[in-house]
Ligand binder design. Structure first.
Ligand code: UP6
Length: 260
């Protein structure tokens, strides 16, 4: 478990985007990322504007938005500037290098042109990183590898997770860290950022295998850096601003309890 502050880690970081991320977290005093899984452009923009002051990172699934257009991207970029947060398109790429190059740069969404961070499954092998890096690195983008998943029965465990860490080590310029439930490596001279979905204060899970843990478990006990919260914040009947503050406070308190 890392006991250094986000600010110290920003100074020590060798990855440009990690540096930016840690700086922003320290400055805004938040380790909360909101996963805005809604299907209407207007709703996505509205939630992003409401939670903006409390988050370090906005996580999108752009392909679920029914009325997607280029203006949505412009609005998200505008809000990212207004509130000072980064954008993470949770694309979960999983194909060969040549295909993911196209999926990342082209099509309707042109993800590389607006998302600071995206992620990939390591399942195809290292070519997936090479392919994404050829597009993303010149644009100062960053990649997270999915080393673990929060869902019940996930196959991303044990030697799969270990091999993911080795892959990341060979591409530290582009791979900034992991989506995982815990900090995976404490090796001297390297500092991967860990982002954890499956965080909830009120529920234990959903009916489709999602499993929730608290910010205290995830950040405090397991040494992760960023909590990713979706339905816990914008779910039915919730006051989005109130919940965003509540998760921000819980995540930050867990972090303060961990650092020396
Ligand atoms: N997500 C997980 N678990 C993973 C990886 N990603 O839940 O292992 C993503 C989901 C969703 C968000 O795709 O966007 O994190 C979690 O949302 P929730 O808080 O509403 O469950």
């Amino acid at each position: 478990i890392v006991r250094k502050s986000y600010g110290e880690r920003a100074k020590l970081s060798t990855n440009d985007l990690s540096k930016k991320m840690f700086d922003l977290m320290e400055k805004k005093q938040t380790n909360l990322s909101v996963a805005v899984d809604v299907t209407k452009k207007r709703e996505l923009i509205e939630i992003a504007d409401k939670v903006g002051p409390y988050i370090c990172l906005l996580k999108t699934h752009i392909d679920i938005v029914e009325d997607f257009d280029n203006d949505l991207v412009e609005q998200l970029k505008r809000l990212a500037k207004k509130h000072n947060f980064l954008i993470f398109e949770d694309r979960k790429f999983a194909d060969i290098g040549s295909t993911v190059q196209l999926q990342y740069s082209s099509g309707i969404y042109k993800i590389a042109s607006w998302a600071d961070i995206t992620n990939a499954h390591p399942i195809p092998g290292e070519g997936i990183i090479t392919g994404l890096k050829s597009i993303g690195l010149p644009l100062n983008r960053g990649l997270l590898l999915l080393a673990e998943m929060s869902s019940a029965g996930s196959l991303a465990t044990g030697s799969y997770t270990d091999a993911t860490i080795s892959m990341a080590r060979r591409h530290k310029d582009f791979v900034m860290g992991f989506v995982a439930g815990r900090r995976l490596s404490d090796r001297e001279g390297e500092d991967f950022i860990t982002m954890s979905p499956g965080v909830g204060l009120d529920d234990k899970g959903d009916s489709m295998g999602q499993q929730y843990r608290t910010p205290k478990e995830v950040i405090g006990a397991c040494g992760s850096d960023v909590i990713i919260v979706g339905r816990g914040i914008y779910g039915k009947g919730k006051d989005v601003v109130k919940e965003a503050k509540r998760y921000r406070d819980a995540g930050w308190a867990a972090y303060l309890g961990r650092i020396e």
